[in-house]
Design a protein around this ligand. Structure first.
Ligand code: P6P
Length: 323
């Protein structure tokens, strides 16, 4: 019998966080238990493969994208503290008919390209204040990331883990066999230095000069300007790459590249970059557009807005920004 406290016990001990926020987190956490089961069932449940339709991101939807989106959407629509939601998989926002409370943005299953080959994927969520009165509109979702009242992700990997920030600090929970989230990482902190970078190297010829210079410096190893060897990781699942950085440090980069010059980056601001940035900053790391500009200060202009991302160990992010 474990002596580890569960999510409810941890949140009860967080006096600074609003009780209604905790209710929303509890609803999302429970929905992610259901998601972990359908993800784990894979081919047995017939949930792998393409859904045969394109989403608002102009990406081929997987069956699990839709299944997991519906699980979260249904759970949030039934939550009294939720006034509206926005999803990577939904073109428009959806309202619940309730006023006040909170807005939730989410990527129900990040890392879709990994689903059918059994590599870790994840759910990312962000909780924002809803307007005090009235039915929320899309404009009400366009708040800078510093306005988030909570954020988190679940990584469906060798362990299923929930990583959460409420009023302050970052805590990690491991899903137990009985369906409880057990507090296994009470105070996650990202080391300021690292020797590990995460970027999709196949895009190297398309990067801007500062990114190429930074990566070239890492690749030059101990005989180069950095005076040390670097390791590289790229899971192609932001949740998995960010979780590794939360556990042992590192720098993650999805920069602008010349393949589609009008696209500032691949990752979405409201339900990927902002929640991950709140977690990374609260864990002592940095999360920026370019090594300098904090993502949490960006004023969103569109619901599915994309941004470049450079996040992770603070001293390494600073070095990217130094050019
Ligand atoms: P690429 C997954 O589709 C995702 O949005 C992130 O989770 C991940 O970091 C990135 O795209 C991977 O992109 O171009 O390497 O496949």
């Amino acid at each position: 019998m474990t002596t580890l406290i569960d999510l409810a016990g941890h949140m009860a001990a967080e006096p600074a966080a609003d009780a209604a926020v905790k209710d929303v987190v509890a609803v999302i956490a429970q929905a992610c238990v259901q998601i972990s089961r359908v993800v784990a069932s894979g081919a047995i449940s017939g949930s792998l493969g393409a859904a045969g339709q394109i989403n608002v991101q102009d990406e081929e939807q997987k069956k699990l994208d839709i299944i997991t989106n519906d699980i979260l959407r249904d759970a949030l629509k039934a939550c009294p503290a939720v006034a509206g939601l926005a999803s990577e998989e939904l073109e428009e926002i959806e309202t619940t008919g309730r006023e006040g409370g909170f807005l939730v943005t989410f990527d129900p299953l990040d890392g879709s390209s990994n689903i059918d080959v059994n590599v870790s994927v994840g759910t990312i969520f962000s909780i924002l204040p809803a307007p005090a009165a009235g039915v929320p509109t899309e404009a009400d979702f366009l708040l800078p990331g510093r306005r988030q009242v909570a954020a988190g992700y679940v990584v469906y990997g060798p362990q299923t883990m929930l990583v959460l920030t409420l009023a302050d600090g970052v805590a990690g929970f491991t899903l137990d066999a009985d369906g409880a989230w057990r507090l296994t990482h009470p105070d996650i902190a990202i080391p300021a230095d690292t020797a590990e970078f995460a970027i999709n190297m196949s895009n190297q010829r398309h990067w801007a000069a500062p990114v190429r210079a930074y990566i070239d410096g890492c690749l030059a190893g101990k005989d180069g300007p950095r005076g040390k060897n670097f390791n590289m990781r790229w899971v192609a699942s932001m949740v998995a790459d960010v979780h590794r950085i939360a556990m042992r440090g590192g720098v993650f980069m999805y920069p602008w590249d010349a393949r589609e010059p009008d696209k500032p980056g691949k990752l979405r601001l409201l339900y990927e970059a902002n929640p991950m940035s709140l977690i990374v900053e609260r864990a002592g790391g940095k999360s920026t557009l370019d090594g300098v500009t904090p993502i949490l200060d960006v004023q969103p202009t569109k619901l599915h807005q994309r941004v470049p991302v450079v996040l992770g160990s603070a001293n390494e992010v600073d070095r990217v920004g130094a050019g």
